[in-house]
Design a protein around this ligand. Structure first.
Ligand SMILES: CC(C)(COP(=O)(O)OP(=O)(O)OC[C@H]1O[C@@H](n2cnc3c(N)ncnc32)[C@H](O)[C@@H]1OP(=O)(O)O)[C@@H](O)C(=O)NCCC(=O)NCCS
Length: 193
């Protein structure tokens, strides 16, 4: 993977933010952030998201296979750690790259509420999209929050994603099944060169 990503950083809220590729040792920590952090309740599980149960470790590993954490299959997806002043503050990843459509889907969660609401997640999304355009020729980015997750929708809008007016059937036909009954498709397109 290109060294370039390490150079990509922003100073937000007085803190230096950057992305670094995740390593195998990050896998369990990233899972803990997903299911055991104070953020968890804001996007999955009871009481707001009974339709999105917390994944078991086994289910997580089946979604987030080793290649996300060792960079062995860059066209199939890679995880990154969002670093905030040298501290791991969140996780962001891209999934399979559709080389024909030059498209991929993204996922993101911060490690704790401490790191939410400062612009870090928004910056991480912008940064990953730029990286994917520059180094993997990807121009279309998809993210699928729940309509209940207003904070995520606001952050993604700031990062340049636009809510698509699509029925559930249209979403499923184009992008496959969503994670919940009210999944919203948001798309960001970068200028094709
Ligand atoms: C979603 C997430 C990645 C966004 O990153 P972030 O760094 O917190 O986002 P930002 O601080 O840039 O932006 C959050 C925006 O939401 C707004 N917001 C917060 N709560 C809100 C609510 N209930 N309704 C509407 N907007 C809300 C904030 O005011 C801010 O907007 P502003 O900058 O215009 O004031 C992060 O909050 C997170 O990890 N949340 C928990 C996990 C999650 O929901 N993951 C997404 C799954 S699809």
């Amino acid at each position: 993977m290109s060294e370039k990503l390490w150079d990509s950083f922003a100073v937000i809220d007085g803190k230096r933010i950057s992305l670094r590729p995740a390593v195998v040792n990050d896998r369990h920590i990233v899972y803990d952030w997903l299911v055991h952090s104070d953020c968890t309740v804001s996007f999955m599980g009871e009481p707001t998201y009974p339709d999105m149960p917390l994944p078991t470790w086994k289910e997580f590993c089946s979604d987030y296979k080793l290649h996300f954490f060792n960079g062995s299959l860059p066209e199939k997806g890679i995880s990154f750690i969002i670093m905030c002043d040298g501290v791991p503050a969140g996780h962001i990843n891209y999934n399979d790259i559709d080389c024909e459509k030059k498209r991929t889907e993204l996922d993101i969660w911060m490690s704790s509420e401490l790191y939410c609401g400062h612009g870090y997640g928004t910056y991480a999304l912008q940064s990953l999209c730029d990286y994917l355009k520059n180094y993997h020729n990807v121009y279309e980015f998809v993210i699928r929050p729940s309509a209940r997750n207003k904070r995520a929708i606001r952050s993604y809008t700031k990062a340049g994603f636009v809510v698509q007016k699509m029925t559930t059937e249209q979403q499923e036909k184009k992008y496959g099944p969503g994670d919940c009954y009210d999944s919203v498709v948001m798309v960001k397109e970068l200028l094709r060169e």
